[in-house]
Structure formats: structure tokens, C-alpha cells
Design a protein around this ligand. Structure first.
Ligand code: 5AD
Ligand code: SF4
Length: 449
């Protein structure tokens, strides 16, 4: 049996694609291994969103080639594969196959062709519409949490972003299929599903099938209610696109306990001038109104974001507007990136005129503002009890386990590995830089008894 090692970079869509790849391969008689040095086939699922992410592919292949052992079959999957196609064979020595984001469903056939001696295989073809997870042993990144793609691709063409080119146009999956797979997952012990897509709230299926009878102004909020009705314990969704983020989403969260109280709403910049150049289609004012509506929810919804510093033409004043926005929004977490020019995007044609040192300075300043603001915000959890889905042994302490709350904070607490997979009540005692520390309530109660 041929052994396959699969490494994944990038966003949840890539993680989800890798799950499909692993499931398909296992079904077709390959063995998935966590030991790269023992693998007959090494697959790298790539990300191209920033230059640094793309660079990882080149470093990884180089390291495999120089490892001294006989060279395995090396396959490049994902966004870099889709964008570069066969030019990758010229750029990287030693690779055997290139499989785009649209072709992951054919991974086993393509590997077999290489094993049979065919050279230089490139497949960037059509994606299969729905993926059937109802196989006996689906390979997931977690036995308790599942990613469910609901919309693939992106039509937004933000000027800095490569994703519309690497993942193609938006295609929404059918609501009845989504609901059916969530019901299957629930039956097989999945406790939390993440509805994923580049812009989940732009969800627009071609038919109403599966959404009948569910209220809401947008198909996405109706889908949320339909998935909530499956009775699965926790539902999270990301990423949300500000322009399409409507109040009916918050209303659905308010009315369904199993819709988790977390929204990832990337703002990218706090300056209207920069947002305009990014072609984001929203203003700071409209974004703030969405934040205000989220804050008015009795569910204490945690809000997280993405921000780019140093976009072409971003002035000191524009940057200061971003600082003010961060202070206004009070994010539970923010992912801050230095602008990275991506060939083929409209922004690539603009002068990358914020000096590298200036980008770093803005990055560090924003990070420190966010850290301070985040620390203040997170204090509201101290003394509160959060429901935590225990996922694994904690990284930093032998005596602790780690999981996520409904508001998607990492929570660590003292407990044994036997708790993995259960949802427990944890009283928060301390705020750490990117996590919360607490004490399990049941345990406290039994100590008192
Ligand atoms: N440079 C820097 N950051 C980028 N992102 C997307 N494209 C770029 C780029 N060219 C960031 C955005 C997006 C996140 C996934 O990555 O903030 O929300
Ligand atoms: Fe990229 Fe904008 Fe689409 Fe997000 S919405 S994937 S940032 S183009």
C-alpha cells in the first residue's frame, strides 16, 4: 500500500480540501501517514495569499529534495498550483504533479498516473459540485469539529487579493445537501460545524431547496436557521464580508443558541480612502453600524477581524484612522498583515510606496494597540462561565487540556485527556495574550462536596 504524506498551508478552505483529498485517497487504497520520511508520495497543499505563504512551497520542496533519501513523488496542490499550472515544473525542480483547487477530486487518479510512469501531469479542471462525506471513515482535522464548505470561490476582486484568481467565481452549494451532511456529521459524533467560505454571507444557492420555511432577508441567514434546526450542538461560520453582512444574521444568532456567538468580519483598513482603493465596497461608517448592531446583541458576540497595513498609497493619517477603528471596534482578536503585492492583482500595478520599515512600524504599532484593547475586552470573561469543547492536550502544560469556547476563544484549564471531545463548563480566571485560563466547574463542585 502506497503511503501519502499531506501538508497543508493557508486558510480553512485548504484544510477542507485536504480533508477531501485524504478521504478520497484512503477510500482508493492509499495509506495516509504523518511521517514524511516514510512516504512514497508527498503532497503540498499551497497558499498564495501573501508572498511569504507562497515561499513556503519552494522551501519545502527544496528540503525534501535535499533530505538524502530516495525522492518520493512530489505533488503541488492548492492555490499556487491553480495559478501557476505547468510553469511550476520550470520553477521547481523535482515535482511530479500539479493539481489545482478545482481538481482535488481527481487526486487518486492523478497520483496513480504518476506511479504508472507518466510525467509532468497538470490538472486544473472542473471541480465536482458536491463532495460526498458519507463514506465510512472520513478523514477530518478533528473527530469532533468539521468544516462544511457552503460557498466556494470569490467574486469580490478586492484589489490586493489573489483569491478570485486562484479559486474562481462564487459557487454556493445546495442548502439541502449542506443540511444533509450536517445531519450525517451529528450522527457520527461531530459536535461543532464550521460553515466555511471566502464570503459565507454572500451565499446564494440556485434553488430554495432546503431553505423553505426558514425566515430571513438573505439566503445565508435562512441557511443558518436551517442548519440550527438540525440540532447540531455548535455552529460557527467564517469568513463574513462586511458589505453583505445584514442584521438578519445577528437576529438568527439571537434566536438560536446553537449558532455560536462569534463573527469574523474583516475590515482591512480604517480609512475610507484606502477602502476605496481596495475596492472593498463598504465604508467605515457602514462597518461601524454593523459593529454597533452586533454589540447590541444579548449574546455577547465576539468580533474578530483582518487588517492590512501598508497598502499602496496608505498615508500616516490613513493608518491613524485604522488605529482609531481598532480602538472603536474592541476586537476579541485581529489578524494583522503587511501588504504583500501579488502578481496579477490590480494593486500589483500600483506603486508599493510604503517603505518596508514603515510597514513593519505600522504593523508593530497596530499590534500593540490591538493587544492593549484586546486585553481590556477579554477581561469581561473573567468570572464568567464558558462552554468549552475540549479538543486536545494543552501545548504548554502537561496538566492542562485546551479547547474553544462558543465565542471561539482558546481556553486552557486543568483536566485529563479523557475530557477530549466533551463540552464542559469552565469558569474563566485569567486573560492570557491569545487565550483564556479557567477552572472546570464540575471539578470545582466535586472538590467542594
Ligand atoms: N497582502 C497582505 N494581506 C493580504 N490578505 C489578502 N491578500 C493580501 C495581500 N496581498 C489578507 C487579508 C485577508 C486575509 C485572509 O489575508 O486581510 O482578509
Ligand atoms: Fe480576497 Fe476580497 Fe474575496 Fe476576501 S472578499 S477572498 S479579500 S477578494
Amino acid at each position: 500500500m502506497k503511503k501519502v504524506y499531506l501538508e497543508t498551508f493557508g486558510c480553512q478552505m485548504n484544510v477542507s480540501d485536504s480533508e477531501r483529498v485524504a478521504t478520497t485517497l484512503a477510500k482508493k487504497g492509499f495509506e495516509m501517514t504523518s511521517r514524511e520520511d516514510q512516504a512514497d508520495v508527498v503532497l503540498i497543499n499551497t497558499c498564495s495569499v501573501r508572498e511569504k505563504a507562497e515561499q513556503k512551497l519552494y522551501t519545502r520542496v527544496g528540503r525534501i529534495r535535499n533530505s538524502g533519501r530516495s525522492k518520493p513523488v512530489i505533488g503541488v496542490l492548492g492555490c499556487v498550483a491553480q495559478l501557476e499550472g505547468e510553469t511550476l515544473f520550470e520553477k521547481i525542480e523535482g515535482i511530479d504533479l500539479v493539481l489545482g483547487t478545482k481538481a482535488v477530486g481527481r487526486v487518486s487518479e492523478v497520483i496513480q498516473r504518476v506511479l504508472d510512469g507518466e510525467e509532468g501531469i497538470v490538472d486544473l479542471g472542473e471541480r465536482e459540485k458536491d463532495y460526498d462525506w458519507t463514506v465510512s471513515d472520513p478523514q477530518r482535522h478533528s473527530p469532533h469539529v468539521a468544516f462544511v464548505p457552503i460557498i466556494e470561490g470569490c467574486n469580490k476582486f478586492c484589489t490586493y487579493c489573489i483569491v478570485p484568481f486562484s479559486r474562481g467565481r462564487e459557487v454556493s452549494l445546495s442548502a439541502s445537501e449542506i443540511v444533509r451532511s450536517v445531519l450525517d456529521m451529528r450522527r457520527t459524533g461531530i459536535r461543532e460545524v464550521h460553515l466555511i467560505g471566502q464570503n459565507v454571507n454572500s451565499y446564494r444557492p440556485t434553488t430554495d431547496s432546503g431553505l423553505e420555511g426558514f425566515k430571513g432577508d438573505t439566503p445565508f441567514s435562512r441557511l443558518l436557521r436551517a442548519v440550527a434546526a438540525t440540532g447540531i450542538e455548535r455552529i460557527k461560520f467564517n469568513t463574513s464580508f462586511p458589505r453583505d453582512f445584514k442584521p438578519d444574521i445577528v437576529d438568527a444568532i439571537n434566536e438560536h443558541e446553537n449558532l455560536c456567538n462569534w463573527v469574523h468580519l474583516p475590515v482591512q483598513s480604517g480609512s475610507d480612502r484606502v477602502l476605496n482603493m481596495m475596492k472593498r465596497g463598504h465604508t467605515i461608517d457602514s462597518y461601524k453600524r454593523k459593529i454597533d448592531y452586533l454589540r447590541s446583541s444579548p449574546r455577547d458576540i465576539s468580533i474578530t477581524t483582518d487588517i492590512i497595513v501598508g497598502f499602496p498609497g496608505e498615508t500616516r493619517e490613513d493608518f491613524e484612522d485604522t488605529v482609531s477603528l481598532v480602538e472603536y471596534a474592541g476586537y476579541d482578536a485581529a489578524y494583522i498583515f503587511k501588504y504583500s503585492p501579488r502578481p496579477g492583482t490590480p494593486a500589483y500595478e500600483m506603486a508599493d510606496d510604503v517603505l518596508s520599515e514603515e510597514k513593519t512600524e505600522r504593523f508593530l504599532k497596530l499590534e500593540s494597540v490591538q493587544r492593549r484593547s484586546q486585553n481590556e475586552r477579554l477581561k469581561r470573561y473573567v468570572g464568567k462561565t464558558l462552554d468549552v469543547l475540549v479538543e486536545k492536550h494543552a501545548v504548554r502544560s502537561d496538566a492542562q487540556v485546551s479547547g474553544h469556547s462558543t465565542c471561539h476563544k482558546v481556553v486552557n484549564f486543568e483536566g485529563s485527556d479523557s475530557l477530549v471531545g466533551s463540552i464542559v463548563k469552565v469558569k474563566i480566571s485569567e486573560v492570557k495574550s491569545n487565550s483564556l485560563l479557567g477552572v472546570r466547574l464540575e471539578r470545582q463542585a466535586s472538590l467542594l462536596a
